[in-house]
Design a protein around this ligand. Structure first.
Ligand SMILES: [Fe+2]
Ligand SMILES: [Fe+2]
Length: 185
């Protein structure tokens, strides 16, 4: 793969992701990225942006666990994970060398991924933003149980490497010229 292309693997294995993604659960964020890939392929939306936004969509989560259970009540009342996630993901992406245009689109998709968030009021979502929200919903279980599904880091890494291999031909077909992509206009 091209050196300058920021891979999903490089995002998953960063220490910021390792610190924050387990709060939402590797199973949930990896499954959401897989769903996002499928939806993006069907809708002809950039699979690179979709999978990166989906992988990082819950990086803003705080630990909502209480006595081993997901505390859904507190979460619904006090959560601001979309705001924290957008900022955190943006910083991580820039650190990894992502283009400014792509980092902005990914951060905005994270900011608007949950309709439980007050920032979504009266916002008309772009196709990418809707896609990430839908991919997230596809993995949802009642009472936030999807956050408690466990897989090992090794399995998460294996599935993310597979996604990197699937994304690569798409960006190669675009000529790696993401800055001129319609997705960033
Ligand atoms: Fe979320
Ligand atoms: Fe989520």
């Amino acid at each position: 793969m091209l050196d300058e292309h920021v891979t999903l693997e490089s995002l998953l294995t960063d220490s910021v992701s390792k610190k924050h993604l387990p709060k939402a659960g590797y199973a949930h964020v990896v499954s959401t990225a897989e769903y996002a890939f499928e939806l993006a392929t069907q809708r002809n939306i950039c699979v690179d942006l979709a999978t990166k936004a989906a992988l990082l969509h819950d990086i803003g989560h705080t630990n909502w666990e209480r006595r081993g259970e997901w505390d859904y009540e507190s979460y619904n009342e006090f959560d601001i994970h979309t705001i924290k996630g957008a900022e955190r993901a943006h910083e991580l992406l820039i650190l990894k060398g992502e283009s400014l245009g792509k980092a902005r689109e990914i951060a905005l998709a994270i900011l608007f991924h949950s309709d439980s968030s007050p920032v979504n009021k009266n916002v008309k979502l772009t196709p990418l933003q809707s896609l990430v929200a839908e991919a997230d919903d596809m993995d949802e279980q009642e009472g936030g149980a999807h956050h408690n599904v466990e897989i090992s880091f090794g399995e998460a890494l294996q599935r993310i490497r597979r996604l990197d291999m699937l994304v690569y031909p798409h960006i190669r077909d675009c000529g790696f010229d993401c800055e001129k992509c319609d997705c960033l206009k």
